[in-house]
Design a protein around this ligand. Structure first.
Ligand code: SAH
Ligand code: SF4
Length: 381
């Protein structure tokens, strides 16, 4: 099967073009051209690349495609949220093609794409559906970028394309995807290099052109990588806090046993570029009877004092077999009042796409990691 060029960073394109026989002194120019076709124009066929010689197009076509991840299902929620189950190309050693989910959330004046970074997750946060799926593997750079390309194709978000309006509402903004959040399946800081390279492609001003301020990485708290992420990428940061005491956070977000709250907040204080204009978002899932008391709200406000922060209260989204319940609306209201009074505006996140299991923490694919010893033996001829 031919690999795809769509989703590769510049060095990947360069290697591909060199292999297709482009002479060294032309490489730079050709990389610019092809990357502009793929990322600024959304080319899905080499034929449209009119400033590339027919000969080179033919050579590229022999070895490469411009395919996106393959759509297994596309679901549209009653509220316009869209979820795609995507199948990725199978790698040599993989028993089955891995699958991931990507979600698009339209609002009045913005559209957010929630991108996955891993198939499954190594972590096991007790309230998260993805956490029940063992890690199958990290996504390649091209598979992370591929989610953005595919979403743009499906909603007609390329220059000159007609936006696709079937049932889903779209924002009034010119670009239909304005924001990227690394809040899909997986812990993005455990796939650091590929996620970083993918966000470089997303932020390339001559290509997909997302501002770094509209890209947010969410982490469960991989402390040693937080400052490094900020230094190397400059994107916005969100922290899955969910508890104010180590004892409780140890059970909700088990990575806390390795990197407790004090260490996590210290890394946050050192996040490059942190200021009142560039705040860290602290995510806090509202779990009935677990972390939703008035005392918890006060502790949260105290804990974050002095850090330029936004607080995002996320009503718990249930999934088949989950052991928690969402806090009652009045309890969330009371909690939000305390957070509000401390100066944080509109802190409650409206759940989106719950009916199609597309809301925060509901993503999971059926892909499993099959060990070599469990695979059917190859039959010899
Ligand atoms: N692994 C990263 C990013 C993906 S999860 C992280 O943990 O930050 C995106 C957000 O959804 C995280 O804040 C996560 O804690 C939250 N979340 C997980 N399961 C949830 C659920 N069932 N209901 C609401 N939010 C959930
Ligand atoms: Fe993994 Fe994030 Fe889910 Fe925790 S909340 S299991 S880190 S995806």
């Amino acid at each position: 099967m031919k690999p795809t060029l769509a989703g590769l960073a510049r060095d990947g394109l360069r290697t591909a073009l060199a292999a297709a026989g482009v002479p060294e002194k032309q490489l730079r120019m050709r990389v610019e051209q092809i990357s502009s076709w793929i990322y600024a124009h959304g080319a899905t066929s080499f034929d449209t690349m009119t400033d590339v010689s027919k000969q080179l197009r033919a050579r590229l076509q022999e070895q490469w495609t411009l395919e996106r991840p393959q759509i297994v299902t596309e679901q549209i929620s009653a509220d316009g949220t869209r979820k795609w189950l995507l199948r990725l190309p199978r790698r040599g050693h993989e028993a089955q093609a891995p699958e991931i989910e990507t979600v698009y959330i339209p609002e009045l004046n913005r559209g957010t794409l929630c991108v996955s970074s891993q198939v499954g997750c190594t972590l096991t946060c007790s309230f998260c559906h993805t956490g029940t799926q063992k890690l199958v593997r990290n996504l390649e750079t091209s598979e992370i970028v591929g989610q953005i390309l595919l979403a743009r194709d499906r909603i007609g978000d390329w220059p000159g394309a007609v936006p696709v309006q079937d049932r889903g509402m779209l924002p009034a903004s010119e670009k239909k995807i304005t924001n990227i959040v690394l809040m899909g399946m997986g812990e993005p800081l455990y796939n650091f290099d590929n996620v970083r390279d993918a966000m470089e492609v997303a932020a390339d001003g001559d290509g997909l052109a997302f501002s770094k301020r509209r890209i947010t990485l969410s982490t469960s708290g991989v402390v040693p990588q937080i400052v490094r992420w900020g230094e190397e990428t400059g994107t916005m940061l969100a922290i899955s806090l969910h508890a104010t005491r180590d004892e409780l956070r140890d059970t909700l977000v088990p990575i806390n046993r390795k990197y407790p709250i004090a260490a996590l907040l210290e890394a946050c204080r050192n996040y490059p570029g942190l200021s009142n204009a560039r705040r860290i978002t602290f995510e806090y899932v509202m779990l009935k009877g677990e972390n939703d008391s008035v005392a918890d709200a006060r502790a949260l406000v105290r804990l974050l004092a002095g850090i330029p922060a936004k607080i995002n209260l996320i009503p718990f989204n249930a999934w088949p077999g989950s052991q928690y319940e969402c806090s009652e609306p009045e309890v969330i209201g009371k909690f939000a009042d305390i957070v509000n009074a401390a100066g944080y505006v509109s802190p409650v996140r409206t759940p989106r796409g719950r009916d199609i299991l597309a809301a925060c923490g509901q993503l999971k694919s059926a892909s499993v990691n099959v060990r070599a010893s469990q695979r059917a033996p190859a039959t010899s001829a």
